[in-house]
Design a protein around this ligand. Structure first.
Ligand code: FAD
Length: 338
């Protein structure tokens, strides 16, 4: 729908937290606009792991990243919420009740309140320092996200890393790959107990070969076609693993980007908020999801959902100062027909 020049709530970031904030705002009759620099909504779920199952969304025993986003889209569809995609919010100024936002493409928007749901900000993968890496990244021989499992059918794969992503993808790709190596600099992996159990099982069955304690050392091949990955142990002994693909999972490099310049308190790549309202140190500006922090914060989607509800309720008096907000369940309010 058409992007208005002014709205009640500008939501910066259309990841799961931003999308659900749009629903919560709409249910409280707060007009909002969703803004995201990416060409599609969904944040990390859509961009980084559309096919990875998520197991800890309440009432969804298993849901893939893309499916979760499609469901959030269905939930807000009845409200026809305007969205400004491919726009990075660069400037944010003003005060409670009267904010002004500008984007890198020159769009301007006035809003009475702002919800920052910027997640990891301008997120990107931590890249291993290997000679000639660029050519292999370009050809797709080195990838940091698994967008389509089918691309790895019968490939010899080296997965590097010791955290959840490395573990989850090793387990998920073990039946797709022709050969799967899991390289880590220690013999201990960080992951859910069940994943660790499955790893032991897959190693015992010969589906995954653990290469520990080793680190990535070099890439072999030419013109972007990978033939092997060199690894090195703590004593300097090297080994070459024959491989077509390298998937390094060394975490996300987070960078708040323009958000860091908007004047609210920040703490490394996060924004401290009052937990009961999600308000930042600047009145009228709220932060939810991965970007928000407070004691005990869990960077989980379910936490972002709850924060979205708290922020929307805290914003209501800014938009409707005369009107007391009587708490209601969604059933009594109902949603418009889609
Ligand atoms: P994000 O999803 O990061 O979305 C933020 C959005 O803001 C992005 O789309 C970004 O483009 C946009 N943005 C940022 N700055 C600007 C700006 N200035 N202007 C415009 N747009 C901007 N969580 C779970 O609960 N369960 C899991 O099983 C799980 N598995 C995961 C697996 C992987 C591999 C990864 C990487 C994460 C996983 N997570 C999981 C974490 C989960 O994805 C995050 O907690 C969640 O995406 C955070 O949502 P968000 O909306 O706060 O931010």
């Amino acid at each position: 729908s058409v992007i208005p020049a002014e709205t009640d709530v500008a939501i910066i970031g259309a990841g799961p937290a931003g999308l659900f904030a749009a629903f919560q705002c709409a249910m409280l009759r707060l007009r909002c606009v969703l803004i995201d620099v990416l060409p599609e909504v969904g944040g990390q779920c859509a961009a980084l792991y559309p096919e990875k199952p998520i197991y800890d969304i309440p009432a969804c025993p298993a849901v893939e990243g893309a499916e979760l986003i499609a469901n959030l889209e269905r939930q807000i569809a009845p409200f026809d919420i305007p969205r400004l995609l491919r726009h990075r919010v660069e400037g944010l100024s003003g005060q409670r009740g009267d904010f002004s936002l500008t984007t890198d493409k020159g769009a301007h928007l006035h809003a009475k309140a702002v919800i920052i749901a910027a997640g990891a900000g301008a997120f990107g993968p931590n890249r291993p320092p290997l000679d000639g890496l660029g050519a292999y990244e370009e050809s797709g021989a080195v990838q940091y996200y698994v967008r389509r499992k089918a691309d790895f059918q019968n490939k010899r794969i080296v997965i590097a890393g010791g955290g959840d992503s490395a573990l989850d993808w090793a387990l998920s790709l073990k039946d797709t790959a022709a050969k799967l190596y899991l390289v880590h600099r220690r013999d201990r992996f960080r992951g859910a107990p069940e994943s660790l159990r499955q790893l032991d099982e897959a190693v015992a069955a010969g589906q995954i070969e653990k290469v520990v304690p080793y680190q990535l050392h070099g890439l072999q091949g030419a013109n972007g076609a990978l033939t092997g990955v060199d690894v090195i142990d703590m004593d300097g002994a090297t080994r070459t693993l024959e491989a077509d693909v390298l998937l390094p999972f060394f975490g996300l490099a987070t960078d708040l980007g323009p958000v860091a310049r908007w004047g609210m308190d920040t703490q490394r790549s996060t924004i401290p908020v009052t937990p009961s309202s999600c308000e930042t140190s600047l009145a009228g500006i709220f932060a939810i999801g991965d970007v928000a922090t407070y004691p005990g914060k869990l960077k989980l989607i379910l936490q972002g959902f709850s924060e979205a509800a708290m922020a929307a309720h805290a914003i209501h008096p800014i938009i409707y100062p005369e009107q007391a907000l009587h708490f209601e369940y969604s059933t009594s309010k109902g949603v418009p027909a889609a």
